[in-house]
Design a protein around this ligand. Structure first.
Ligand code: ZN
Length: 365
């Protein structure tokens, strides 16, 4: 599919330019959607909300370059942190400029201005920014590489190779299955419910997965991958081990009404594990991911002289995950006196004791 966009009238004698952009990149809205799916939500709908700290459905915010969490309204601006951050130019203009520079790196700014329908000064600035963004080692290099791949060959179907279209379809189904299973529980969820949630026919789901249990496994893997990426993001955000521990505890326990559904899903899954060994491997992998993360955290804090563990880090990690799981499941089921706040207090006092840090430094904020 080709998108045709009209450029604005620029400062170059008022000539109105039009720029052709190939592939999935069509109009402004399509470009924003491409950024959104490339950087945040492979299925176009779900990503981990930084406020809720779990996978959520998001919707496009009208008149803004943003998507908002259906649950809490937290917004994501896909241009944030990219070379387009803070620019009032359309994303489509940036992408079109990038395509011009791709085909002719030495394009004169005057020519670029004419092609894009922007002023000479703006074209200069665009060119400089894109040269920096495409430089080896730049933070945007990966994004532009993906743009190159997705923009693809002119005339290709949507610019997206068949294999990739199929992997996007799977992403969409996995995310939808996760939401459907969490809402109804695996036993009560039918393939038709997942299909409705994913916006596809039941036949499509049967095409990709042999049985409901296969879909459940895929959904668990999806949840697993997103937990890993949430933990990875936490690492990027802070290098202070105590703060990292405090925030990991937040991520590990169910927040009020939020993570509860996911825990209920895990309880139902555990009940099926005996019959389905593949589910066991996935459950174990998820748990191991947490243990490994805690262990590394304890080792780092110990090396930095901040933590004074009372046992080997590997053992402390097992204890932390076991306590966190146990308390969280009780809370999710609704045991009296097991509100999320209480779970957090118990876990914090335990971690403080195990690691020799003041409990106050791990308190909720
Ligand atoms: Zn949210």
């Amino acid at each position: 599919m080709r998108g045709r966009i009209g450029g604005q009238t620029g400062g170059s004698g008022g000539r109105s330019a039009s720029v052709e952009v190939f592939g999935p990149i069509g109009d402004e809205s399509a470009c924003l959607h491409w950024l959104w799916t490339t950087l945040y939500a492979p299925d176009g709908v779900s990503t981990v909300c930084r406020h809720c700290r779990v996978m959520r459905r998001f919707h496009r915010v009208s008149k803004r370059r943003a998507y908002a969490c259906d649950h809490c309204g937290t917004q994501v601006y896909p241009t944030a942190g990219t070379f387009m951050q803070g620019s009032s130019l359309g994303i489509v203009t940036w992408f079109a400029a990038w395509q011009h520079l791709e085909s002719d790196p030495n394009v004169a700014p005057r020519r670029l201005a004419d092609e894009l329908g922007v002023s000479y000064k703006t074209a200069l600035r665009i060119k400089r920014t894109l040269e920096e963004a495409t430089a080896p080692g730049s933070a945007d290099a990966d994004l532009l590489e993906r743009l190159r791949r997705d923009a693809g060959e002119p005339g290709a179907t949507g610019g997206v190779p068949a294999r990739e279209r199929s992997s996007r379809a799977r992403e969409n189904i996995r995310a939808a299955a996760c939401r459907a299973f969490a809402a109804r529980g695996p036993s009560a969820t039918r393939i038709a419910d997942i299909a409705r949630e994913a916006g596809v026919s039941s036949a499509i789901i049967h095409y990709y997965y042999k049985s409901k249990d296969e879909v459940l496994l895929a959904a668990l893997q999806w949840a697993n991958e997103h937990t890993s990426s949430a933990l990875h993001e936490l690492r990027q955000e802070t290098s202070d081990t105590v703060e990292l521990l405090r925030r990991t505890i937040d991520l590990a326990i169910p927040s009020e009404g939020v993570l509860r559904d996911e825990y209920v899903l895990w309880i139902e899954t555990w009940a099926r594990v005996r019959l389905h060994p593949r589910l066991l491997a996935e459950c174990a992998a998820m748990s191991e991911g947490w243990v490994a993360f805690f262990q590394q955290l304890v080792e780092e804090g110990q090396a930095a002289g901040v933590f004074h563990p009372v046992a080997p880090p590997a053992e402390i990690a097992q204890r932390m995950v076991a306590l966190s799981d146990g308390l969280s499941f009780r809370s999710a089921i609704g045991y009296t006196g097991m509100q999320v706040q209480r779970v957090r207090e118990l876990l914090v006092s335990f971690a403080a004791e195990q690691l020799g840090v003041p409990a106050e430094s791990l308190a909720a904020r």
